[in-house]
Design a protein around this ligand. Structure first.
Ligand SMILES: O=C(O)C[C@H]1C=CC(=O)O1
Length: 96
């Protein structure tokens, strides 16, 4: 099942740099693992924002929910989730 997820990161301004750096590092490691697994298909920065547009390929709504809640930055992100399906005019295979 494919989902578009927009994530806007809002770290507290008073968060110590050491803490935010550690969070970003563990987030990057998990994001790269999930990309390698095929579950996190696309990860794009929204130009001009501390935000991204991502495409996830997961087995269920519940798996997506658990995956997103497991992200280290989850407590500091606002997320917008949209379910996707194939477009009849797409020339791309379903596996993106
Ligand atoms: O930077 C972001 O967009 C937030 C989050 C998503 C992947 C990652 O490494 O950090």
């Amino acid at each position: 099942m494919l989902f578009k997820v927009e994530m806007v990161v809002k770290l507290p301004v008073d968060m110590p740099v050491s803490q935010s750096d550690a969070l970003k590092k563990t987030e990057r490691e998990l994001a790269q693992q999930l990309q390698a697994s095929g579950k996190w298909r696309h990860l794009w920065r929204i130009a001009g924002q501390y935000a991204n547009v991502s495409i996830f390929d997961v087995e269920s709504n519940e798996e997506l929910h658990q995956l997103l809640m497991s992200l280290p930055l989850y407590p500091y992100m606002a997320m917008d989730v949209t379910a996707l399906c194939r477009h009849p005019s797409s020339i791309r295979d379903a596996d993106l």
